[in-house]
Design a protein around this ligand. Structure first.
Ligand code: GLN
Length: 536
């Protein structure tokens, strides 16, 4: 059997230090040395998955090929590692408790008192073992959500303590990501928050092996010595995690300070050759790109960019392949109307309407789409964006003034978007949408076919509503092209417009499959079309 190694990454002091990016970057470096890496995110909240949470609470819900609704950090893992994650790569406290309680109800515990220790902690450790076995990884990186000191993450930290007890010393590693702030008034880097955070970890029996310190300047040797002394590690185990402009620089910075080399040596793994030149070149070239292109994102969660993480990433990847910096202009569609559309969208070269739920902001989205269609500005509609493009066309081209989705108006006489047949009997909310990867067939001589260059694709979905086939002919006659269909011909997966330079809508979420190694073809082509439109 393979000797598998486990790296646990905890976070201290404050949230938002970038644990997901730290895990992805370390994972990428280890992978680039020829190791097979997988990453597991453990989330301490009680929701079974983030699928039922508002984007304001949680940001984007990241959907995997196998249809799991997961934490957005899985997006970073996929984008950095260029490997598909599955439902095994994310577990929440809610999911773990749910499983334990179901087992208890079945009588599987044979009369035992069911407790956090050992039943919940065993279930947590089983998830860690499971993902390693299923992916046949050499190294499993486990990211613990939340911040050390939170009540809800205690069972996870306790599980790690037990996991370490049950594994040989060199097979596991705990890395604590912490913050070393520079206090301008004192002209000093402060180590106390790190000391306290590590103290909390040690109280519960976890001694970190390495400290990864977020800082805006390199840590001087005396600061490392001090942190080491108080936190019971040596100064060389205190690693700088410097602030960078672009998250894709993080692995380069880690390689610079030899973070991955120390990890390998502590795990007793051979220091194989590191091959990241292609990444370094790609990032450097992107940062030097002289041209910029401005794209408007017209949605309702625009104050919270976390809700559109994968879209933002997909634009960076598309920028890399077009040698251009993509500047995003965030438009809240609740404030967009016919009167101010020119003022708000007059300076952009492309318009994107992303996915979403509910009626708020819909009229503004329709205004943005009408503007893009009439002014021949490249337009990209994703999921709800496609649905709105169909509504707009039915209203303003076919003249069906009350055309709508039954999601927003159940009584419309022109339900051009309606509930999918299979959704009609569903009552529960969690995990019940059409989720995950489904194939679609592309029509020849379309923008879609030109972008993908293949006749059949598979893309990830997350929706309940669909294009109403009763309106297909009428819309096609009026200039709409159905460019992709489900293989049985039943579900409209993509649309475009005949008399427009680049107007594309898709029912799936292409942003979830864009990678640093390869931008998604639709984003790549959308950015290329926007570039052509730079006379604006
Ligand atoms: N609300 C729409 C639906 O359920 C669109 C979903 C989305 O954009 N992800 O079909």
């Amino acid at each position: 059997m393979k000797k598998r190694k486990y790296i646990f990454l905890t976070g201290g002091v404050v949230s938002s230090l970038g644990k997901g990016i730290a895990c992805s970057s370390l994972g990428f470096l280890l992978q680039s040395r020829g190791y097979k890496v997988t990453i597991l995110k453990l989330d301490p909240y009680i929701n079974v998955d983030p699928g039922t949470m508002s984007p304001y609470q949680h940001g984007e819900v990241y959907v995997t090929d196998d249809g799991a609704e997961t934490d957005l950090d899985l997006g970073h893992y996929e984008r950095f590692l260029n490997v598909n994650m599955t439902r095994d790569n994310n577990a929440t406290a809610g999911q773990i408790y749910y499983e334990v309680i179901q087992k208890e109800r079945r009588g599987d515990y044979l009369g035992a008192t069911v407790q956090v220790i050992p039943h919940v902690t065993d279930a947590i450790n089983q998830k860690i073992i499971n993902v390693g076995e299923k992916t046949d990884a050499d190294i499993v990186i486990v990211e613990i959500g939340g911040t050390v000191g939170d009540i809800e993450s205690l069972p996870f930290l306790e599980a790690i303590r037990q996991f370490r007890l049950n594994h040989p010393a060199g097979d596991t590693l705990v890395i604590h990501l912490t913050l070393v702030p520079f206090i301008a008034g004192a002209n000093e880097l402060k180590t106390k928050p790190t000391q306290h955070s590590v103290m909390r970890l040690r109280e519960i029996g976890l001694q970190p092996d390495m400290l990864l310190c977020r800082t805006d300047r390199p840590l001087p040797e005396n600061v490392k010595q001090k942190i080491g002394l108080f936190c019971n590690v040596s100064a060389n185990e205190v690693i700088d995690a410097l602030d960078v402009d672009l998250i894709y620089e993080v692995p380069l910075q880690y390689a610079e300070v030899k973070f991955d080399e120390l990890v390998l040596s502590k795990l007793g793994l051979e220091k194989r050759k590191l091959d990241i030149e292609w990444w370094r070149k790609k990032i450097a070239r992107y940062q030097k790109a002289k041209r910029t292109v401005k794209i408007a994102i017209c949605g309702k969660y625009v104050t919270l960019h976390d809700a559109y993480k994968s879209i933002m990433a997909a634009f960076q990847h598309a920028g890399m392949e077009n040698d251009v910096r993509v500047e995003l202009k965030w438009i809240n569609t609740e404030d967009l109307n016919e009167k101010n559309v020119e003022e708000k969208l007059g300076d952009v070269q492309g318009i994107l309407v992303p996915g979403g739920f509910g009626e708020r902001g819909i009229e503004g989205k329709l205004t943005a789409i009408k503007y893009a269609r009439e002014k021949k500005i490249p337009f990209f509609g994703i999921c709800l964006g496609l649905q709105c493009a169909v509504i707009e066309y039915a209203r303003n081209v076919l003249g069906k003034k009350d055309a709508n989705s039954t999601e927003f108006d159940p009584n419309t006489t022109n339900p051009v978007i309606h509930l999918m047949e299979k959704q009609k009997s569903i009552k529960g909310m969690g995990g019940t949408m059409r989720l995950g990867s489904y194939p679609a067939k592309l029509r020849k001589d379309t923008l879609a076919y030109k972008a993908y260059g293949v006749p059949e694709i598979a893309e990830r979905h997350r929706h309940r509503y669909e294009f109403n086939n009763s309106y297909r002919l009428e819309l096609e006659d009026a200039g709409m092209i159905i460019s992709a269909l489900s293989p049985d011909g039943d579900l409209v997966e993509m649309i475009e417009l005949r008399d427009h330079p680049w107007f594309v809508g898709c029912q799936f979420h292409p942003e979830l499959k864009s990678r640093v190694a390869k931008a998604h073809p639709l984003f790549r082509e959308f950015v290329a079309a926007a570039l052509k439109n730079d006379t604006r």
